[in-house]
Every structure is written in C-alpha cells, then in structure tokens.
Design a protein around this ligand. Sequence first.
Ligand SMILES: Nc1nc2c(ncn2[C@@H]2O[C@H](COP(=O)(O)OP(=O)(O)O)[C@@H](O)[C@H]2O)c(=O)[nH]1
Ligand SMILES: [Mg+2]
Length: 301
Amino acid sequence: MKSGRVSFIGRPNAGKSTLLNHLVGAKLAIVSDKPQTTRTRILGVRNYPDAQVVFLDTPGIHRPLHRMNVRMVDTAVETIHEVDVLGLVVDVAEPPGRGDRFLLDLVKDAKAPLFLILNKIDLIKKPKLLPMIDRYGKEGRFAEIIPVSASKGDNLDRLERAIIDRLPEGRPVYPDDYLTDQPQRFFAAEIVREKLLQFTHAEIPFSSAVVIDRFEEPSGSKPVLRLYCTIVVDRESQKPIVVGRGGEMIKRIGTAAREELERFFSTRVFLDLHVRVKAHWREDDRVLHDIGMAGRGTPDD
Ligand SMILES: Nc1nc2c(ncn2[C@@H]2O[C@H](COP(=O)(O)OP(=O)(O)O)[C@@H](O)[C@H]2O)c(=O)[nH]1
Ligand SMILES: [Mg+2]
C-alpha cells in the first residue's frame, strides 16, 4: 500500500482547483475564470486499490497586496515542505512570465520530487506542446513532466500513476469514506462566492467575501437547510453592483447558489443573502478569521 500527500501549486488560474476536483471526483474547490479564486488550502482524499492519496489544492502564488493575499500565498508555500510529491501546475496557453521564475525559485529546496503538470493542453496544438516539454526537460529539475487537461480529464490517469509510484509505502491515514477536512459551512460559503464570482466583474471578485452568519441544519420537523450569509464588499460603491437594479443581481446570485447548494447538500435550502460594506476587510483579522483564513498564531476560536 502507498500513502501520502501531494500539493498542487502554481500561478493563479493555472487550473489547480479543476485538477483537484477531477482527481477526487467531487467539487471541493470552486473554479472561476478570474484569478485568485481559491483562498485556502483544500484537502481531498482519493482511495485507489493500492494507495491513498491526499491531494492539496492551494491558492495561486501572486504578488500579495493585502493581508488576505499574504495569507493565501503563505498557505500555498507552507505545503511545499509538507508533501511527498509537489505538483507545479502551469497553464500551457499562457506565455511564461516572471511568476513562473519566482515559482521555480520557491520550490528549489523542496525535498519532494517535483512534477511539472502542463495543464490545458486542449487549448494548444500538439506541435507547440512537444518543444515545450523538451525545453522544460532540459532544465533537469523535474522528476516528471506530464501534459494534462484537467477540465477534460486527459492524461490524468498517467498523472495519478506517476504520483502513486513516488509515494512512500504506508497505511491509509484517513478512513476510506473520508473526503475532506473542510467543514460544511466552508462549502456553503464557497458555493455562494462562486456564483458571486460568476456574475460579477472587475474588482468585485477580488474585494468580496462570503460570511456564514447562521447555518441551521435540517431537522426532522424542518427538512430545510437554512443559511444566512453576508456578502462583504470593500467599498460603498460596490454594494449597488452586487445588489443590482431592483435587487436583480443578488437574486440571480441567490437563485444560482441555492440550486447548487441543494445539489451539494442533497436537501432543500433556504438562503438569505445580505450585502455589507466593510472597508479594508482584507486587512482585518476578524473578517479573515470568519472566512476561515486565520493567520498563523491566531487562535482558531
Ligand atoms: N480549456 C481548459 N480550461 C481549463 C482547464 N483547467 C482549468 N481550466 C479553466 O481555467 C480557469 C481557472 O481554473 P481554476 O481551476 O479555478 O484555476 P486555479 O486558479 O489554478 O485553481 C477556469 O475557467 C477553468 O475552467 C483545462 O484543462 N482546459
Ligand atoms: Mg483555485
């Protein structure tokens, strides 16, 4: 039996979360076409006949301008020395930039074997891919270079095999029905945030958060999950954008979120959404704590 941990790190939007979801077969991480969607480390366990693999999805590495973003980057960087295999995820359709150099530098001293996961191969023509693999291969830093399409699932079986090959022998750490360590409230907030990201643009996705004020589980007499959430924005001018004309936008977000919440929790959902302006919340320890981004050394409760 093999057992171990793998972390996916990379620039924002490389497809790390899509990869995690596909590998564990569940939507644990929300996905969007906007960068910096993932704000915390998300763990997903997958059991194979001969292995238990713990996959870690992480926030994209970027230049942090707020305390929240510093925590995001720290969270990703911390996993580098905690895993048995390190997967550097690169979007092949994006030109390489300074961010890639920075990342390669970061993982320089990692003890774990470094995999280069060339993602989104469905977006480029094969003749472009081969020289790329060649060029990275010449750097001599990668234990494996594996082209994949996380969204289509192409070549993921090869990635899984290569990962399992490099994991240490060991017993499974988690029971075989264990999927993740994130609490249900986390997923509830993330599903709402995903719809918010989907329907809003420009600065809103970066400067908003979703806080669960109340999470009332369904009970025998009331078979409805009741959720009371606050969407926090950074500036007064952002509130009318999230609410929309005549409340149209918040309704749209609410309806889409409720449908997905009902699927995710397999129950009827009552969703109450509120918008609140809290200037500079991305610097605010309290808010960061409330959205599950407590810093190191910050008490959890
Ligand atoms: N065409 C294509 N798009 C992808 C692939 N993987 C991810 N994406 C898209 O890339 C965007 C960012 O994906 P996400 O998983 O959120 O990236 P992350 O920021 O690294 O977690 C989303 O719009 C995804 O649908 C892929 O293999 N092919
Ligand atoms: Mg992500």
